[in-house]
Design a protein around this ligand. Structure first.
Ligand code: NAD
Length: 353
């Protein structure tokens, strides 16, 4: 059996402690399954600035050549808030995503039994909520032309939303394939009543849909989608959308689940996948053994599933997390008065594997 190689980037703030938890789970999975993993470590973000003067140093970039997956904690913190904006820790993260070419960002959202009270939504809206947002990650308005200038004596600015059919096609195929592995419903979220780029998305997605007759395809304008995510979140299975709409809707979705410490993510589409919790480096709670490691542990499950095809092992981790929550164990973000520490809840996950 060939060793599976993972590059681990712990980053800043709570990054090192939550990644250490995920690595403990990986070691337990390896013991159980006999699968062997080779780990390499490198720096990104603030720690990399301190060591190399660069948030995404060449030493780190080079190590990407030799691995199949990257597991990342988080970057940033007050220590680096006032440095040259060109080398802020977050620039390291953007440079990493660009270097990898990961165009498909997957953010699953589900409600765990027992956590219903942690959601701001009423319980009746939360039944059967289980969807995934497939967000285009490397195109659109965040990467388009932009300019600020004076025209007719007025300060003027523009940002260009531009997609070509190849960019839409590859993410659409990704979303349809994702839907095939789930409940076979796909919702394209756009603004096709106004934007030409959205009309092209609809055209291309409808063409791709012909290859997936089993998938029910629905179109929703983004303003309506924002409303339906709150009114009937259980109506969604796979949400496909562009970079900017996905950015906004996935933050809205993260709140439905109850805590930012629960949601994992995978950025895919290239040879090497990138896996990280959706939260930041939480400097306010770093080093206190109170961060919730579950989003990172669930990101590891996504890594095993998507980069190595280890579905049984990924299922085991996801089931163990569910069981730990069902058993009533909580971290401080979920139960401020009666909670387990970061390491202790990880040991519960390992017990339940
Ligand atoms: P944050 O996500 O780090 O924290 C927001 C709030 O959520 C804080 O109160 C924090 O304590 C809490 N929180 C976050 N993760 C948690 C966890 N696992 N368990 C329990 N509570 C948790 O966002 P922020 O405070 O806006 O940013 C802090 C730093 O992180 C900044 O430097 C920011 O730029 C950076 N950041 C990095 C990433 C990333 O690396 N992907 C993403 C967002 C923000």
């Amino acid at each position: 059996m060939q060793n599976k190689k993972i590059l681990v980037l712990k980053g800043d703030g709570v990054g090192p402690e939550i990644i250490d938890c995920a690595l403990e789970v990986l070691s337990a999975i390896s013991d159980k399954s006999g699968e062997k993993f080779t780990l390499d470590f490198a720096d990104i973000g603030g720690v990399a600035i301190d060591k190399y003067g660069n948030p995404f140093p060449e030493e780190t970039e080079q190590k990407l050549q030799d691995v199949s997956a990257v597991l990342l904690g988080a970057v940033g913190g007050p220590k680096w808030d006032n440095i040259d904006p060109a080398i802020r820790p977050e620039k390291g993260l953007l440079a990493l995503r660009k270097a990898l070419g990961v165009y498909a960002n997957l953010r699953p959202c589900q409600i765990y039994p027992g956590l219903i009270d942690n959601s701001p939504l009423k319980p009746e809206y939360l039944k059967n909520v289980d969807f995934v947002i497939v967000r285009e990650l490397v195109g659109g308005i965040y990467f388009g032309k932009r300019d600020t200038f004076i025209e007719n004596g007025l300060r003027t600015a523009f940002d260009e939303e531009r997609y070509d059919e190849a960019e839409i096609k590859r993410i659409a195929i990704y979303a349809f394939e994702t839907a095939m592995g789930r409940s076979k419903k796909l919702t394209l979220v756009d603004k096709a009543n106004v934007l030409d780029s959205s009309k092209l998305w609809r055209e291309v997605v409808a063409e791709i849909a012909e290859d997936y007759p089993e998938v029910e395809l629905e179109f929703l304008y983004v303003d309506n989608a924002a409303m339906q995510l709150i009114r009937q979140p259980s109506s969604f299975d796979v949400i496909l959308t562009n970079n900017i709409f996905g950015d906004i809707l996935s933050d809205e979705a993260s709140q439905i689940a109850g805590s930012i410490g629960l949601l994992p993510s995978a950025s895919l589409g290239a040879e090497v996948g990138l896996y990280e919790p959706i939260h930041g480096s939480a400097p306010d709670i770093a080093g206190q053994n109170i961060a919730n490691p579950l989003a990172t542990i669930l990101s590891l499950a996504m890594l095993l599933r998507y980069s190595f095809g280890l579905h049984a092992e990924a299922d085991q981790i996801e089931q163990a997390v569910k069981q730990v929550l069902a058993n009533g164990h909580r971290t401080k973000d979920l139960a401020p008065d009666d909670y387990l520490g970061t390491r202790e809840i990880t040991h519960e996950v390992i017990k339940n594997l």
